[in-house]
Design a binder for this molecule. Structure first.
Ligand code: SF4
Length: 246
């Protein structure tokens, strides 16, 4: 178990308590799969959770719906490579769907991009040329690549105050692969099927968690150690599913 911030915070001081990050997969409010993780971030649990599903059923899920906590480049790539029909949001998805949403003209996503010649155009009309790439590693060890583009001369630009704060000429970093994954995710999420699946997500795992915690008072594991806690939850899941069948 790892010390984590819990949703219930009686002292209101962000106190941490030892616990596990419990992930569940549901269909029609039946618990299909569960797994416990020592890390509090959902993003990192997605791929191992999918493998635990495959170990249980002999194949990966063909269609998946998940919230924005799982929308990372690594996860999108996994879904694409494994042919999963995924309806998985990313952090800005809800904001983008608002009727009057208009991104700042100084945000790099608003800049025109010439894909053929690989340059951006800033709000002042300057070409931002590619100056290199930046490699990063996620906590899972997955390597991401961002391309860096730099404006030619920001000195004396009348828009500089609104555009950026750093010294020198503006540099932007763009992860093209992630951008493309997000574009595809948005297309899928706003399709007819996507709207239907999104509508069901909040009555799937959330409803199961609600019944588990509020109705059955299952808010604490009754054992210590991952293997025993897994057994603890397995009994709960079996009982929950049987009750649902009845
Ligand atoms: S500050 Fe630089 S990047 Fe921003 S609009 Fe002006 S020239 Fe373009």
């Amino acid at each position: 178990a790892t010390f984590m911030r819990m949703k219930e915070d009686a002292m209101n001081n962000g106190q941490t308590k030892p616990g596990y990050n419990l992930q569940i997969g549901t269909e029609n409010q039946f618990i299909l799969n569960y797994a416990l993780f020592p890390n509090p971030t959902d993003t990192l649990t997605y791929i191992p959770f999918m493998y635990s599903f495959a170990a249980r059923y002999g194949h990966l899920a063909s269609t998946e719906v998940a919230d924005s906590g799982y929308g990372s480049e690594e996860n999108y790539r996994f879904m694409e490579e494994n042919g999963i029909e995924a309806y998985v949001k990313y952090n800005m998805f809800h904001k983008e769907q608002r009727m009057h949403y208009a991104p700042s003209p100084f945000h790099q996503d608003s800049f025109f991009y010439n894909a053929e010649q690989d340059y951006y155009v800033c709000p002042m009309g300057q070409h931002m040329e590619r100056i290199g790439t930046k490699l990063d590693k996620t906590a899972n060890g997955y390597q991401t690549e961002s391309v860096r583009y730099r404006a030619q001369n920001c000195e004396g630009c009348p828009l500089r105050g609104s555009c950026f704060k750093a010294k020198g000429n503006r540099v932007i970093e763009v992860n093209h692969r992630l951008k493309e994954y997000k574009r595809k995710a948005s297309e899928r999420l706003t399709s007819e099927d996507g709207i239907k699946h999104r509508g069901r997500r909040c009555i799937e795992p959330e409803a199961v968690f609600g019944q588990m915690k509020a109705d059955y008072g299952y808010k604490r594991f009754r054992h210590f150690g991952k293997d025993k806690v897994e057994m603890d939850f397995a009994f709960f899941a079996i009982a929950f599913n049987l009750k649902k069948m009845c």
